[in-house]
Design a binder for this molecule. Structure first.
Ligand SMILES: Cc1cc2nc3c(=O)[nH]c(=O)nc-3n(C[C@H](O)[C@H](O)[C@H](O)COP(=O)(O)OP(=O)(O)OC[C@H]3O[C@@H](n4cnc5c(N)ncnc54)[C@H](O)[C@@H]3O)c2cc1C
Length: 375
């Protein structure tokens, strides 16, 4: 099979890249996926779009996260228009709680650098917090309100991206596991999956936590991406208990429009094992209970896990590899792949279509330059 652009991996990153490439005029796009598109980390996520809650300091990573968050209203509206699917972008905001003196000190630091940087952040007393969210623990000491940290229903987002692909001639090829990229004279010319050859003018690798298992010809990937397992528990509420995403140093609660309350998460080095464990569920329930004692009476209705793609410096890997033509990589979005999908798609599409440069801090070559591959 031959395509102009072959995207390997159909998670939120691969599917967003496919849509953006198509919008920028590229044609002959195919997405090849080991299983079915959108059933790995992107499906398991909480959908928080929280650069201010997630990032500890100002800098390039924070800027890129914030810029991507700012793209969401247009991203969501565009997808609604194109597919009829509402991805439930919820702009109520995120409440970051202090439940101990240590948390309060941490929130104080966060407030200082963000207020100094001119970001929208409001300091709330314990009474303010309880007025905003009456079900939060009476032990809360205070909090920060990030009005611009939002959430999206990531599974609806995946449905919308798949629908965009199907209705715009982007080929989605399932049940095809890429073993290696095909290389000729220092250029990637396609990939081999299940023994079958897929030729392409350009290959985009968006294989999340599995990226460094793929060989470039016979060579290993020149960086390492590791899976970090995250488990999530869903509680059933008859009516929505919270309006905001509730964040704390110990974990978070994400209230969905349909009444489900997502509680997460763990960060575990468990290889590629997707298992869920009773210990993790109990730990997440304890965390939820600390945030809001009234959750103790709620039934657990679902429990799942996903594998976050992690590079050892915690930053995404986006760009080409020096000396290898025809290949762009977009992986290692770790805890923020849903948030970073729109900006990653723009960066990759501009790079593939117009050869635009990508922020060097995210380059796959940074590991080589520092002479630390992490392998
Ligand atoms: C519990 C949890 C909570 C999270 N919460 C948030 C959140 O609130 N906000 C946020 O922004 N992010 C969150 N994340 C992180 C986010 O989910 C990831 O960063 C993001 O989904 C990564 O997207 P991806 O497309 O790179 O990876 P994936 O969604 O894992 O997609 C990669 C795809 O590549 C396919 N693939 C792999 N190898 C091959 C191969 N050899 N051949 C063909 N196909 C292949 C896989 O089958 C998979 O479908 C969370 C993650 C977890 C686990």
């Amino acid at each position: 099979m031959t395509s102009e652009i072959l995207i390997i991996g159909g998670g939120v990153i691969g599917l967003s890249v496919a849509r953006e490439l198509h919008k920028q005029g590229a044609r002959g796009i195919a997405v090849i996926e080991r299983g079915a598109c959108g059933l790995e980390a992107s499906w398991a996520a909480g959908g928080m779009l929280g650069p201010q809650a997630e990032t500890d300091e100002a800098g390039i990573f924070f800027d890129v996260c914030s810029n991507s968050r700012d793209m969401y209203p247009e991203f969501a509206a565009g997808l609604l228009d194109e597919t009829g699917i509402d991805v439930e972008l919820d702009r109520t905001g995120t409440l970051y709680l202090a439940l101990s003196e240590a948390d309060a000190a941490r929130l104080g630091e966060r407030f200082s650098w963000q207020a100094k940087a001119g970001l929208q952040v409001e300091r709330l007393s314990a009474d303010d917090v309880r007025r905003a969210e009456p079900f939060v623990s009476p032990d809360v000491l205070g909090g920060l309100l990030f009005a611009n940290d939002w959430q999206v229903e990531n599974r609806r987002l995946l449905d919308a991206l798949k629908t965009y692909a199907k209705t715009n001639g982007i080929l989605l090829i399932g049940n095809s596991e890429v073993e290696h990229l095909d290389v000729e004279s220092n250029a990637v010319i396609g990939a081999v999956a299940n023994g079958e050859r897929f030729n392409a003018d350009h290959v985009v690798l968006t294989t999340g936590a599995w990226t460094s298992l793929i060989k470039i010809g016979v060579a290993d990937m020149p960086f390492k991406v590791e899976p970090v397992r995250g488990q999530m528990v869903v509680l059933h509420t008859a009516k929505r208990l919270f309006q905001h995403v509730i964040y704390s140093p110990g974990g978070y609660l994400v209230p969905r429009r349909d009444g489900r309350l997502l509680a997460g998460s763990t960060s575990e080095k468990a290889g590629f094992d997707h298992a869920v464990t009773d210990d993790a569920a109990a730990g997440i329930r304890r965390m939820a209970n600390l945030i809001a004692p009234s959750t103790a009476g709620l039934a657990t209705v679902d429990h799942w896990s996903g594998l976050r793609p992690f590079a050892f410096d915690g930053l995404p890997i986006i760009g080409g590899i020096d000396g290898i033509d025809g290949l762009t990589i977009a992986t290692a979005h770790y805890r923020n792949g849903i948030l970073l999908a729109p900006i990653t798609a723009k960066m990759v599409a501009k790079h593939v279509v117009d050869n635009a440069a990508i922020e060097p801090a995210f380059s796959p070559d940074r590991f080589k330059l520092r002479n630390v591959t992490g392998i």
